[in-house]
Design a protein around this ligand. Sequence first.
Ligand SMILES: Nc1ncnc2c1ncn2[C@@H]1O[C@H](COP(=O)(O)OP(=O)(O)OP(=O)(O)O)[C@@H](O)[C@H]1O
Length: 242
Amino acid sequence: MTLLKLENVVKRFGGLRAVDGVSLSLEKGEFLAVVGPNGSGKTTLLNLINGVYKPDGGRIYFEGRDITNMPPYKRARLGIARAFQVPRPFPELTVLDNVVVGAIFNGGYDKAKAREVAEEVLKYVGLYEKRDVLAGRLTFNELRLLELARALAANPKLLLLDEVMAGLNPGEIDAMTHLLKRLAEERGIAAISLVEHRMRAVAKLAHRVVVMHQGKIIAEGPPEKALSDPKVVEIYLGRPWR
Ligand SMILES: Nc1ncnc2c1ncn2[C@@H]1O[C@H](COP(=O)(O)OP(=O)(O)OP(=O)(O)O)[C@@H](O)[C@H]1O
């Protein structure tokens, strides 16, 4: 089932076409990595999908419904959640309360249900033992997991992830990869993850890779295929992949 569809989406900033006629679709439970150098339009693309930006051209559909002009909070209620690269929790609230807040405001749950949901997602991401710790005392990796838990508490169908692997050590990258795969396989949650670095982690992780350059998609396919496309090698990687 097609979850998300972009048709010829354009976003301009003045004379710059930051996203320049992007079309792509995403299936339920699919994990898509959007790869591309700095400034290629990846973040703008995520902001178009979650509604922070309105496109200057093209249409966006979610579960067959045209959401092109829908505000971000309504998209969140439909099941589009965002997890940021640099997590921004409430540092003086506990881990549990941070997730409860996410469940209430983005998931629309009442307080009792929000707590139940929050506990469940904390167990799922492996942060339950830290539920009573103040968020400001977490390690960087734990903050990433908290950010993921907050997004999951809204019961999303689609997770939009900034560079989730940046700043993590190899063991943490493996654990995060495994967790994201489980989300897709066990819960049918689709994800779009932006990646600038760590191609190998991406290759293991994604079902499909889209490579962006100057606002356009220049290659698309299974990781190995997309990243060894001659255009990608020439323009982006500058050397054969692997
Ligand atoms: N709010 C904005 N106003 C003006 N120009 C912008 C704005 N946001 C992004 N741009 C420009 O649009 C282009 C695409 O930026 P974008 O952030 O989407 O790229 P990116 O691939 O995510 O790279 P990065 O990792 O640096 O965020 C860049 O040239 C950037 O300078």
